[in-house]
Design a binder for this molecule. Structure first.
Ligand code: HEM
Length: 199
């Protein structure tokens, strides 16, 4: 699901930049033709609408699986302010502990929650600007078409910002990348007496 999401996100970001170029929101901001997907806006829209099914269905499967199995809560909660401050301090001193890849630190938890919510926000605001007539109630709730468009662009910026940090950190700790490709880190064999909740 992670790698499917990675592909879907790249398609949505690249094609979104192609759509944006057609009617820019910020005067000086255009995306280079080398990083956008689709030769012109109509092609970018086709990519966007194709990618949205992959993104939304994969995202729904991930969230349902995470909620039903309790994985999301187990991995991402609780978040304590004390842990957050400590992780930031450790990070600034380059003292982050990577020995247990199955447990996220407080900063990771916050970032993952933010990006999961940004993904949901993209689907909701995307629906509002895709079908502003059929979903007029939703579009109104978001402050109208232009406001929904702006929030949609903001969500993309949050996701791209997350991606830069996420990719940089995973390259700094390559064992995480390997674990994500092979289905998880190597764990010690379980003994009948072990009481851990993790498989
Ligand atoms: C189900 C999910 C999504 C739907 C239905 C959707 C729908 C749309 C639509 C209809 C537009 C065109 C707006 C216009 O006509 O001006 C658009 C633009 C755009 N989308 Fe999405 N989108 C979705 C997800 C995403 C995601 C995940 C990203 C990036 C992370 C993204 C990034 C963008 C960007 C950058 C634009 C151009 C902003 C603008 O100029 O309006 N979208 N999207």
């Amino acid at each position: 699901m992670h790698w499917t999401n990675a592909v879907a996100m790249l398609v949505m970001i690249g094609s979104g930049w192609g759509i944006y170029n057609d009617t820019v929101i910020f005067g000086g901001l255009h995306f280079s033709k080398h990083i956008k997907l689709g030769g012109w806006a109509a092609q970018s829209l086709l990519w966007h609408f194709a990618g949205m099914w992959l993104l939304a269905l994969n995202g729904a499967a991930y969230r349902i699986y995470g909620i039903v199995t309790g994985r999301l809560r187990e991995r991402l909660l609780p978040i304590r302010l004390r842990d957050l401050v400590q992780t930031v301090r450790d990070t600034l001193r380059f003292h982050i502990d990577h020995s247990d890849l199955t447990t996220y630190n407080a900063v990771q938890k916050v970032l993952y929650i933010v990006v999961i919510l940004a993904g949901v926000s993209q689907v909701v605001t995307g629906l509002a600007i895709w079908k502003p007539v059929q979903f007029s109630g939703l579009t109104d709730l978001l402050g109208g078409f232009q406001a929904a468009r702006l929030i949609h662009f903001g969500g993309m910026s949050v996701i791209v910002g997350f991606l830069v940090v996420h990719v940089a950190l995973s390259l700094l700790v390559p064992q995480t990348l390997w674990a994500m490709l092979t289905g998880g880190p190597r764990l010690p064999a379980r003994t009948p007496s072990s009481t851990g909740t993790r498989p």
